[in-house]
Design a protein around this ligand. Sequence first.
Ligand code: HEM
Length: 437
Amino acid sequence: MTATAQGSKKLPPGPVQPCDLNTTPESFDIIAGLIAEYGDICRLTSESRKSDAYLVNHPDYLKQILVKNHQNYTKGVGFDRVKMLLGNGIIVSDGPFWRRQRRMIQPAFSRKVIAELSEQIKRCNLELLDSWEAKADGNEPINITSEASELSLQIVLRSLFSEDLDRIIAEQGSNPFSILTDDMARDIQLVIKFRALSKIILEVIERRRREQPGRIDFLAMFMDSRDRETEAAMTDRELLDEIMTMIIAGHETSAITLNWVWYFLAKYPDVERKLHAEVDNADYEQIPDFDDLDQLPYVKQVVEEALRYYPPVWLYTRRAIEADQLGDYFVPAGTDIFITPYFLHRHPRYWSQPEKFDPEHFAEENIREQHKQAYIPFSAGPRRCIGDFFATVEMQMHFGLMARKFRVKLLDEQPLELEPAVNLRNKQPIYLQLIRR
Ligand code: HEM
């Protein structure tokens, strides 16, 4: 038992009936009810799990779990399913193997590398611009949900494979990774189809070993990376799992965020106007370079607010290895922890008018005093999202280009329905009319 865990043995309050939570709409409603009734922490017994689970909705407790005592927590409930999809990539691995992989991958996400990769992000956006201009001129509505999904997939694939993506598409006759945008179901069928793409990825790796084409992309960085202690490179299996992980972790999360930001711009004209003023006054030709992004703080604020309001990763889990202490409450070894960014981001003690979409929540003067762990769209601590900065660059470049060219109008005034699945999505696609500015 850790020193802190020798404190109180008090357990949090909670319902008498057993309660299992999952990434489903039913759980979303149950969690809302539990938080309304029990507040910052509650204890759930389970019929299917061996241990109790805690639903934790207090930034101090999250700081203990994710930052201060992070080594006491592994990934928890739900990750077995993800393992089928991603093998032992860094989103699911734990312990020394995770640490080694994270260390080997981290350099690929440095500012310097992302500055280089931003050329790929630019390219994908400029390709999209032509098609959006044609749609605006033809008065053709766009399905922003699927457009954002395709753009985000292109960006993550180009950042991984650069020119080899063209070769893959030429050899396969079309983009084999498009199964992720064509099929919105995230079921076992998709797992099987996605794993079948392993062969294509292994061929790219093998060809690079043979031809050494000198690419600048994530795959090249991963292949060049060496274990600090043993000097070993990643095996093909490890490379494959990490590439699969980047595609899955980087695609839908960013796509949904792009989709939400456009939705909010269409819904709130004042926000759109302020964002237009910023992009119009910024000093770049057509699309911002990496070094121009400092000129777009309001774009960043709008993205941050979208990630507060509808965090794509709305529910995730940990499991306590040894006993721990959260404030007054004892956490027995083996306890499952449920963390819900969606509900935390609406905690009335930490957010003024939390139900209001307002990018001013992230204005310098408002965020300065904010509890760091009251906002966790990318999680926190050593297991924080490795792609957070990449995603921010992706968003700023996209809106830095597109918002100069278009304003948008929502075509359906129906209230939006949420679909809290693995990611928090909109149930029906969102349609927009692009209007040239
Ligand atoms: C707006 C976009 C994104 C959001 C909201 C997001 C959110 C998250 C969250 C909440 C986690 C922690 C999950 C957990 O601990 O269970 C995470 C981890 C991760 N994300 Fe992201 N992510 C985004 C974009 C990206 C991108 C673009 C990439 C890669 C290109 C990426 C790669 C990863 C990886 C590899 C991990 C695992 C890190 C580790 O455990 O060491 N993410 N992300």
